[in-house]
Design a protein. Sequence first.
Length: 531
Amino acid sequence: MSKAIDVRADFAALSKKAYLEVLVPKDDTFDAATVLRNGSPEELQRAVARKQLYFDEKSNLQIVLKTALPQSILEALLPFLELTIAAHATTADPSAASNPAISSAKHDVASTRQEADGSDVQVLTVGDSTYAVWKQTLHLAQPGSKVRRPAVYFTATLSPLADALAETSKAEKDYLPSFQPLPANVLEPLRFDASYGDAGREIYLSETRVTKVSPAAPRHEPLMRPLRGATKRAFPISSALYTRFEYSPVPQGGIVSVHVEATKLISGDVRVHDVSMTIPGYDVSLLNSVDWPQQINAGDEVVLLFRVLHTSMTTGSNENKPSLLELGAIMNTEDGTSVQLTINRMADLKVPAATADKVYHWTKTTVSSNPVTSSGNRVGWPGMDIEAKTEVIFNFTGPSEVKLKADFVVHVQCVNKSDRARKFALRATQARNSAQGNAQFPARGSSKAGSDAATMSTVATPQPSASDAYVLVVTPDVHTETLAPGACCEVELQYRAVRAGSLQLGVVHIVDLQSEQRIIVSDLPDVVAIG
């Protein structure tokens, strides 16, 4: 008898009066094998199970097989079996019971397959029954589609390996055995018949061509039914952490703000101990200088800031870059359950190309004139002298990182390269959350103002509310001293960071107090507020 036939027969014997059960214990120290060794199989039914599961967690499962097969035969059979464990999400909404399309929908959450004789299996005999216990960890990822009030149940399937049953599918040639060393000549009596020609002529017809027996039809063995088991009930499941991405461009890259929020439904705290982000073609580094693990309570939010820089000197392109966020955390609930969370999130970030310094041009009309259409912007490379006899250069510099709720200063250096004396007034205006988008930020914090006939808009920027602003402007209008041709001075604009992340400083209105012409500068330094 071949090995495949043994596997088939033994697995059929194993399946008789056998069952699989999937346990989701609440206590991580619970061991089903230890409970069975103590001679208490009934204690498995009284084991306390989890009441609530969470997406992105690594659930600890224990699969128990009970069979009447002797332990020695079961241990010899396990190398030819495979164990498949899967998690499925379905709706737990009672109102969906009337809709068969919703109530019967099933979404695969996770699945794993392994050989049944792995290192984590324990085989033991208790009374007249033989038990096999497996321990498995399953990562419960978010389902591909939205599920209303989702619930998760686990299934386990024990089946023979395909290779173990391969021999039974081969048809063997079956012929009658030959009793003569050579096949007989059935035309032997006709050798001396004169009608067939000269006497003794060789006339030959092999006996095998007449008495050949066709092979029997191949024996198709019936398909083996796998042994299946599942949890006794479905477990409610929800998200423990929500993530949200925001991107702000900076020279040669950008700042990615990752908002991690703990849901209000959890009864405990979450400790984030490992965070990493990768973007192809960019160097990504974490800006937050915090002590790990970072604790998050229910309803709290933590903002993680990542600096994204090009790996080469190229300016990049306006295309989506798939980014991967990996976050590891441990959630401790009030009922004593410890849940390990592993979050993998993908996001498409549009990284714009770096831009050069902008050249601003004074308005043709005075401040009190009617608004005109914005036009006439020209871009010059850093270091170029554009209209060197009439231009005024403003250099804006500020800190790259500041503390949240702290004041910081942006220094403005004014260089009068024109042929007449100048005096200016500067007024900073904060930006709204939705206005003055991050794409307005340039590659450098400098601006040039010429005196040609091109015009800029003189429409006043509306003042946002404090709840919408990234910063508060502390400094009122600032006046420079009278600058002779070729002279320079420096003034300070003071801000206060009120939101974490890449700050939008808004715009700065610069007015020539003599000609009453103005420019509106939006190319301000890139400042990141760290909470």
